[in-house]
Design a protein around this ligand. Structure first.
Ligand SMILES: NC(=O)c1ccc[n+]([C@@H]2O[C@H](COP(=O)([O-])OP(=O)(O)OC[C@H]3O[C@@H](n4cnc5c(N)ncnc54)[C@H](OP(=O)(O)O)[C@@H]3O)[C@@H](O)[C@H]2O)c1
Length: 364
């Protein structure tokens, strides 16, 4: 690994500190070097707070005092996302970088939501694409919302060795280990929203909040709970409407469930099939959802797969057998008819107690 890559890797690690707080902004980290030595660093915590570049520049000033002005002119800046050029909640970082006359800026990924940095400040040297794959993966939710107009959609599946996600009766508590369930709660905490269907709400009556991740519950916001209830089946009394998190309900007809502080009815035009692509587009446009987690049964998961909307499947596989007539997480007959076999690329495998966690990307 070259020293430039090492600096960018450090910026990416700093960026990841914003995993639970930066959204809907991207996770960004920044490292400033002089003669190849790190003289300052910073990361972006949450919307409205300083961007990573400003925190890194302030860090240099704190570390070097009066000398910083001259040293910054001979320094290089490594940031995983193209510096912003327009006013958002804070002034453009590009202006501050230009004011300091930084020698060269390296960034991993372009920010298509912004005017190009090099067009605004053509006199500053720029190198792009350093650890770009790692940068794209880190901010996959942000890039999906900006570029595709929908969130990055990760589907969690807790299954037995034979693929079952519930007994024939529909009972699914608890197939996987305590370690896996803790990991799921972490995934919930790092997601902006969780989508489920009426089948899961009626069978499991879940709260879909993040409670048992091991993280301090005040260190992140509870994800928005998203329910698709095409036929007005739910009453509003289910745990998914509990007051400890927000819920948005997608329905076709005038809802009998009233909006209240934490419950909102989505304003989508009536459509009997309530297409899920419209739902996820609404979540990106109206709610700025970058990362959407799906915790549902075969009904919702198969519909999403058919529409090629699932970007990643996270499967927790436990050494158990649920036997004949177990419930699967896809209605594969229908999926195969439409798509042929869906092959999945394994991008990660992890052991969690006796379970195995697979991260899989569908190759549609
Ligand atoms: N192990 C796990 O990880 C896990 C996770 C979640 C659930 N589960 C299990 O999964 C089982 C429930 O499965 P399920 O398939 O009934 O639940 P589901 O996928 O949560 O809900 C399916 C229902 O959602 C509604 N829906 C709304 N929009 C839809 C669309 N575009 N496409 C398809 N359906 C849509 C349908 O009802 P309408 O036609 O009335 O709209 C459908 O019956 C339970 O036994 C639960 O325990 C297991």
């Amino acid at each position: 690994m070259t020293s430039k890559e090492e600096h960018m890797l450090r910026a990416l690690k700093l960026a990841k500190k914003g995993l639970f707080t930066a959204s809907p902004n991207p996770m960004v980290g920044c490292v400033i070097t002089h003669d190849n030595k790190v003289i300052g660093q910073g990361w972006h915590k949450s919307p409205g707070e300083n961007h990573a570049e400003i925190n890194a520049l302030n860090d240099v000033i704190k570390n070097l005092g009066k000398k910083s002005k001259e040293i910054l002119k001979e320094s290089e800046l490594f940031v995983n996302l193209e510096p912003c050029t327009t006013f958002g909640k804070t002034p453009p970082c590009a202006d501050s970088i230009n004011d300091c006359q930084i020698k060269k800026v390296y960034f991993s990924n372009e920010d298509k939501a912004q005017k190009e940095f090099s067009k605004v400040y053509p006199e500053i040297k720029v190198e792009t694409g350093l650890l770009s794959e790692e940068g794209r993966r880190l901010n996959r939710g942000f890039f999906s919302r900006i570029e595709k107009g929908r969130p990055y959609i990760s589907c969690k599946v807790a299954s037995a060795l034979d693929g079952g996600i519930a007994l024939p009766s529909g009972i699914s508590k608890w197939i996987t280990s305590v370690d896996s369930r803790k990991d799921v709660h972490k995934m919930r905490a790092s997601s902006d929203a969780i989508l489920t269907g009426t089948g899961t709400v009626l069978k499991d009556n879940p709260q879909l909040t993040s409670r048992d991740s091991g993280l301090d519950v005040d260190s992140f916001s509870q994800p928005l709970r998203v329910i698709v209830d095409r036929n007005n089946i739910l009453t509003g009394e289910e745990k998914i409407f509990s007051s400890n998190a927000r819920t948005i309900l997608f329905r076709n007809v005038e809802s009998e469930i009233q909006e209240k502080n934490n419950v909102e009815i989505a304003k989508l035009p009536a459509n009997p099939s309530l297409p899920l692509d419209e739902v996820v587009k609404y979540l990106a446009e109206e709610k700025l959802i970058n990362n959407l987690m799906v915790e549902a049964g075969a009904g919702i998961i198969s519909s999403l797969l058919k529409e090629q909307l699932i970007d990643e499947i996270i499967q927790y596989k436990a050494p158990k057998l649920l036997g004949e007539n177990r419930k699967s997480f896809t209605n594969l007959d229908v999926a195969i008819e439409k798509l042929g076999t869906i092959e999945l690329s394994v991008i990660d495998i992890e052991e969690l107690g006796d379970d195995i966690k697979y991260s899989l990307i569908p190759n549609y």
